[in-house]
Design a protein. Structure first.
Length: 489
């Protein structure tokens, strides 16, 4: 099941109402949410419930073991081997077998994994693997205490709003709030939750899916004669916005559902396309993954304490593995390495202080420099998406070639020529500006907290959120809906 599955329409109200009626009955609430999460995850394929249960049991056992043994490092390594081993087995076996079969010219080696439907990667495997790793490492570092209760830990790893695609939570952000003393008995900022859920569905059903239907036909035929001469840049634009709205839409719904059950989780996106450097982009994009890679890979490698050369090496390792985490394709590894190179260029620019050394650059108005930096960062990210969206290297190169080589009569054709697609983007941008104006510099939680003292504005916002949710459902494309992009990771 997922947030756009038709069965979710009855699943969510049933679970939320039951949770509300059981308030004050702690054990029953934990059992309800844990059972509902397992039903949500195994709705179409009940067999995968055994895998997530195994993850929860092993990671919980490792945490308890870490609290009782002196051989903490050995125990932690065993836990990491389990989590990463299972993840790599399911996720990368097809890639390694097909690569080996191609190298030794024996296609039968990959015959099983290449058959449609034979090899299926469990949905959300990467995310609950990383959640378990974060828990074990935090217990090892004594940042968090080992959780003694298996049911609470199982809920921490499998709670349905954030199970499939994050955000990647630390124990102190969720697990500690599952204790009897802190377990919420009422929603946290229900109006904010409603607005987040409505915005998330609008991003997914209206914006992301519209951009996807416009761009997918081009990417499917990017190397086919049917797209010869077509300018690819507008399609890279469309996909760049599609993946933002798709993933941030999921995160909005997840965070909104978390608030509805009384849990406030960290942001995962903060206007990433307003970044003026690649470094800032990764501080705004998939923020919980960025901090995970920083705290559990880059810093342990010694990236903050070693020499400049070693720091550069750590950056490349972190981004390359971070790219490879996204999918079983060598293109993802290349995409991650590209961002590592971009980050090193960004760092070199800052350390050399070229802006201060060239007086001509200092005469350029700050607003112009900001605009140029923003445009450059956006296009660097956008062009690199060719290796993210397309899994075949040759087709990615062909897509980039069509950015520069195209027929003048095919600048805007197909989905890129649909004016309504670009108008949707403009309407959303205006809506964001209006909301920013209403907030007047206050943070989002502060803004919604202030509404409790203004009944008219509170009603206006609530009505607008419900209206946006209805509009999203009405404008959603009929037929089979596009799955969330990050479900494949």
């Amino acid at each position: 099941m997922n947030f756009i599955h038709r069965d979710f329409i009855w699943f969510l109200p049933l679970v939320w109402t039951s949770w509300w009626l059981l308030r004050g009955k702690y054990s029953a609430q934990i059992a309800l949410l844990l059972g509902a999460s397992l039903v949500f995850y195994g709705w179409k394929r009940p067999s995968v419930v055994g895998l997530i249960a195994m993850y929860a049991l092993v990671d919980w056992s490792i945490g308890v073991w870490l609290g009782r043994t002196r051989r903490r490092r050995t125990v932690l390594v065993l836990g990491l081997i389990f989590n990463l081993g299972v993840l790599c087995f399911f996720k990368y076996t097809p890639l390694f077998l097909t690569t080996l079969a191609a190298l030794v010219h024996r296609p039968e080696l990959a015959a099983y994994v290449t058959q449609p439907g034979k090899w299926v990667v469990p949905m959300g495997l990467s995310f609950y693997s990383f959640t378990g790793i974060a828990y074990m490492v935090d217990v090892y570092r004594r940042i968090s205490a080992a959780e003694p209760n298996l049911a609470r830990f199982g809920l921490f790893t499998s709670f349905f709003p954030q199970l499939v695609a994050g955000p990647i939570l630390r124990p102190r952000e969720f697990l500690t709030h599952l204790s009897p003393a802190e377990f919420p008995q009422r929603p946290e900022a229900l109006m904010e939750a409603l607005c987040l859920i409505a915005r998330g569905y609008f991003k997914k059903l209206v914006l992301a899916d519209t951009f996807g239907f416009a761009a997918d036909p081009f990417f499917a035929e990017v190397a086919h004669p049917a797209t010869a001469g077509v300018w690819s840049l507008p399609y890279l634009y469309l996909y760049t916005w599609q993946i933002l709205f798709d993933f941030s839409g999921y995160t909005d719904i997840a965070r909104g559902l978390g608030l509805a059950f009384g849990f406030r989780w960290p942001e995962n996106f903060r206007a990433p396309y307003l970044a003026v450097s690649v470094q800032e982009f990764w501080r705004r994009w998939h923020m919980t993954l960025s901090r995970f890679l920083r705290d559990y890979l880059y810093i342990p490698l010694g990236g903050k304490e070693g020499s400049t050369l070693w720091a550069a090496y750590c950056v490349m390792v972190t981004f390359t593995l971070g790219g490879f985490w996204h999918g079983a394709s060598w293109n993802f590894l290349l995409w991650g390495a590209m961002h590592g190179v971009f980050m090193l260029i960004n760092r070199g620019w800052q350390k050399l202080g070229l802006l201060r050394r060239f007086s001509a650059l200092q005469t350029i108005p700050a607003s112009v420099r900001w605009g140029l930096s923003l445009a450059l960062t956006f296009h660097v990210v956008c062009l690199a998406r060719a290796f993210f969206r397309i899994t075949h290297f040759s087709e990615s190169c062909e897509c980039l070639r069509k950015v520069l080589c195209f027929d003048s009569g095919k600048v805007f054709v197909g989905g890129a020529a649909d004016l309504s697609v670009w108008l949707l983007l403009g309407v959303y941008g205006i809506g964001v500006l209006v909301f920013a104006r209403l907030r007047r510099g206050a943070s989002v939680p502060e803004f919604f907290a202030a509404l409790h003292t203004r009944p008219f504005t509170r009603g206006l916002i609530a009505g607008g959120a419900i209206g946006l949710l209805v509009v999203s459902i009405l404008l959603a494309r009929t037929g089979e809906k596009m799955p969330f992009i990050y479900f494949q990771f």
